[in-house]
Write a protein that binds this ligand. Sequence first.
Ligand SMILES: *[C@@H]1O[C@H](CO)[C@@H](O)[C@H](O)[C@H]1NC(C)=O
Ligand SMILES: *[C@@H]1O[C@H](CO)[C@@H](O)[C@H](O)[C@H]1NC(C)=O
Length: 249
Amino acid sequence: MGNPFHDFIDVLILLFITSFQFDGEVRFLVGDIAPWWIQKYEPILARLSRHDIVDLNRDDVVRCFPHVIVGLRFHKEMSIDPSRTQTGLSMLDFGRFVRRSFGLRRESATKLGADRDKKPRLLIIARRATRVLENVAEVARAARGLGFEVVAAEAGRKTNLTAFARLVNSCDGMMGVHGAGLSNFVFLPMNTTLSQVVPLGQLDEIARVDFGAPAEDMEMKYLQYGISDEESTRFRGVLIQALEFLRQE
Ligand SMILES: *[C@@H]1O[C@H](CO)[C@@H](O)[C@H](O)[C@H]1NC(C)=O
Ligand SMILES: *[C@@H]1O[C@H](CO)[C@@H](O)[C@H](O)[C@H]1NC(C)=O
């Protein structure tokens, strides 16, 4: 845990699949608790369970329950298969649930050109360390030229998640390079577009499975853009190294 992608695909969506049916009347028993994580996702956890979490590493009493589920249920990457739940629970329900948990107001997006006084907002998830979009200013300029208001942001470990979720929910589209930051699409309103830029390395399929299909399950539109050899500085770097290696050999 700690990487937002894994927070959602390994814990939060599974917890939702497993415990939403109890309508809050459920108690979480957790081993190896990371307090900062519980605090970060408190809006979601508090909506799933009305009761305090039991820290199993410190709990020294015998507890009796009429019913216990050990572990969590998993269907597929970053999504839910409604046919495997009793009530037909879907990613749309998860989206609604997340928006309510964080008090996000917008359920669906503004159509481009629908309101003359209000430009649709495009969020660029701008990674700073790796897989950097080097021409982010140019991308933002092009988007502004198309009539968008552009916001560039990246959430870090210390970012206030409620505030960041509100920022995401205020947008009508989101784009970014393949990576954990794209998991924030769960805060977007419906009818938005998620665009994923996929770097070199045969990641097309995994990129689609991790974010494309889940976004479509939430009734968002999805666009995937594969970076070509010429566009990737990383590729040029690797190529130059390989050529130098060959020359030395
Ligand atoms: C996080 O942001 C929300 C919304 O802006 C605010 O209400 C809350 O107090 C902030 N929490 C912390 C710990 O700063
Ligand atoms: C999304 O857009 C489609 C097509 O314009 C429309 O039929 C649908 O009702 C919209 N959904 C929401 C939640 O706004």
